[in-house]
Design a protein around this ligand. Sequence first.
Ligand SMILES: [Zn+2]
Length: 292
Amino acid sequence: MKIRWTVLTLAITFSCAIAFTQAQNPPAPIPSVVEKLRDDLYVLKGEGGNVTVLVTNEGAILVDAKFERNHDDLVAKVKTITNQPIKYVFNSHWHGDHTGGNAKLLPGAQIIAHKNALADMVKGKAPGQPQLTYSDQMGINLGGKEVVAYNFGSCHTNGDTFVYFPAQKVLAAGDCFNTGNGQGLNPNNRLTYSFYMDYMSGGSFVGREKTADALLKLDFDTVVPGHGPVTTRARFVEWREEITKIRGRITTMLRENKSKDDITKMLVAEFGWDATGNAVTRSLDGMIAELK
Ligand SMILES: [Zn+2]
């Protein structure tokens, strides 16, 4: 017994030491890569959510702020694009990989989010809370360039913001629409779209259809997803159609009293979902509850 306790104590001491070392030396933040979409519109890809940057001669407008640890790199990358200061930052939703950088940007920039995103940040005591909020739609006119933010109800959360750049025909979609492995490139290498709804924050699978239809009334040809590669309107339409197909399949299976396991197998086989990914582990229970 005594030997066992010694072994246990040693094991605990050892794992605490590893945890302490990791806390002392967290992996370095990964620098983002700049992708040019238009002469005045760029995307910073990499760690955290995608950041869209619109350049005007009166300042830059950003969509999202990555994690706090990405702040220095984010500011440095914006400086490679423009000497203009960052004037406005939209938060596509409240999650930390999109808002973690808010606090460090606040001294110079106005942070804007949907009112429900602010409510979640207040509830979670998140730093860098937005100063400006809106309900359905708001616009900014800076340096003669127009940017419009929309909320069409629940999708990834109940506080999603879609930022539309009309002259550029670009939509920054946040996590309602993710490509790549957000969660895209599955083990079978088939492109799928993320179906991660944060039900704790009012996300909704059914709300996706309404949101997608409202977005498709806007005239855009390029979409910046919350995570993953920048893509086309055609892919966005494909995603819209997939929502209806998935809803139909799950509704039918629930009527046939099929189990969650059966539904998971169907999503993997027919829609290329990752059985261990966010959509299955964090959203499927909520989807089934919504569709029952
Ligand atoms: Zn998110």
